[in-house]
Design a binder for this molecule. Structure first.
Ligand SMILES: [Zn+2]
Length: 75
């Protein structure tokens, strides 16, 4: 992603400046604890797509509810 673009990007919620996480390819709003995805170098500044950083990351140790959901899909 063009790093200069970062200067132009602000959080759509709080209008604050964002931090680019190069490894995760996410634009992070520290205030709202939201991470906006960057796909193919294009920042997707949509609240619907933003990841809530206060929630634990998904892990293979999924809760029982998630496994039940998968079972339903397979059936
Ligand atoms: Zn924000």
């Amino acid at each position: 992603m063009d790093i200069r673009l970062l200067d132009l990007l602000v959080c759509p919620i709080c209008k604050g400046s964002l931090q680019f996480d190069r490894e995760a390819q996410e634009l992070i709003c520290p205030r709202d604890k939201l991470a906006y995805p960057v796909r193919d170098g294009i920042p997707l500044m949509l609240v619907d797509l933003a990841r809530d950083m206060t929630l634990p990351a998904p892990s293979p140790e999924a809760p029982a509810a998630a496994r039940a959901c998968n079972a339903d899909a397979a059936a």
